[in-house]
Design a protein. Structure first.
Length: 346
């Protein structure tokens, strides 16, 4: 085995949308695990929208990636060596291994995977952080009730598709919003949405709002917020009294920099948002999934059987090669992925 590994580091901070120049592929010596650590050969790594925020030097719930630092994220792989009790060579693991072919990590921050239960890649999506995010956000903050209407943008992604399928199983009308006719067909055909709106088919918020109103004639009771931008603008005006908005993400604004600090031109203003919340008695809850890991076993116990018997379906969009991760990530930020974005490293 070669004593060299490869990793992708943050070469510079992006201004607006990331470009290839913001990333650099480097070779380095394979590290040795310290006390309580494991060394893993990475097989697959996750690409997620939150990673864009980590590229900015902005205050957030997690520290930014330093210039020259390895791009961070969840990955799966096989243990090559262990200095941690209970972890052995050959174990399949999920952990914060980042954009790299090899990585060490504190074993306490990792978890063993059982390939017999589900493909290990599902720990990056439907049975991992994204699926857990959809489950927790819907259950805890969406508080769905049979007969209500739910709308969710990025409906074919790993969060949105989980939200839609769980809501449908609980007797709600489900309206997806996605980018393109192909994704809308996937939302209805594979994930069972009652309707799906192609937001790219409309040039303005007024026409988008009209299409959403036709798909949700009784208004929206739960809007699961993944994107911000014009979709939020359209959805707000359709919220029913006592509606709930779990705020999970705002990908439409991430490339504005500063975690979307500059959202000018999107048509939203603080007075408009706050007045809508006030007069419709809305419950708006932001949440970060890392604050809820104590609920993860409950999520797996409920959802794993639904995946096994086909009640919850999933789709993975796998890119080959670590060197192609930056382009796949940039495509993700503009909706170019079809399902959970994953890079096959080795």
């Amino acid at each position: 085995m070669s004593d060299q590994m490869q990793q992708i580091v943050l070469a510079s901070r992006p201004t607006g949308a990331p470009s290839q120049e913001n990333f650099r592929l480097e070779s380095a010596a394979i590290p040795s695990p310290g006390e309580g650590e494991i060394l893993v050969k990475v097989s697959h790594m996750s690409l997620d929208p939150y990673m864009r925020g980590r590229m900015d030097d902005a205050k957030s719930y997690a520290a930014p990636v330093p210039i020259g630092g390895k791009m961070e994220g969840g990955s799966v792989g096989v243990v090559l060596s262990s200095n941690a009790p209970g972890f052995a060579e050959g174990d399949h693991m999920f952990g914060p291994f980042g954009w790299a072919t090899h990585s060490t990590a504190n074993a306490k921050m990792c978890r063993k995977l059982d390939p017999a239960q589900a493909p290990v890649t599902t720990s990056l999506g439907v049975l991992g952080m994204p699926g857990f995010t959809g489950w927790l956000g819907l259950k805890e903050y969406g508080r769905p009730k049979s007969g209500e209407t739910l709308a969710v943008a990025a409906a074919t992604g790993p969060v949105g598709s989980m939200v839609g399928q769980l809501a449908k199983a609980q007797g709600l009308r489900t309206v997806g919003i996605a980018g393109g006719a192909e994704k809308c067909a996937l939302a209805k055909g594979s994930f069972g949405f009652d309707a799906c709106i192609d937001h790219r088919a409309y040039d303005n918020v007024k026409d988008l709002r009209k299409a959403m109103k036709e798909a949700a004639p009784d208004g929206i009771d739960v809007y699961f917020e993944n994107v911000g931008g014009p979709v939020l603008d359209a959805a707000l005006s359709l919220m029913n009294p006592h509606g709930r908005i779990p705020v999970c993400g705002m990908i439409a604004w991430y490339n504005a920099g500063g975690l979307g600090a500059d959202a000018a031109g999107q048509g939203l203003t603080a007075p408009k948002i706050w007045r809508t919340i006030l007069v419709n008695f809305l419950s708006v809850n932001g949440f970060i999934i890392s604050n809820h890991w104590d609920r993860f076993p409950e999520f797996v116990a409920e959802v794993a059987p639904m995946i096994a018997d086909g009640r919850v379906k999933y789709q993975e969009d796998i890119t080959e090669g670590l060197e192609n991760a930056p382009q796949a990530f940039m495509d993700l930020l503009t909706g170019g992925n079809h399902g959970k974005a994953i890079v096959k490293v080795g």
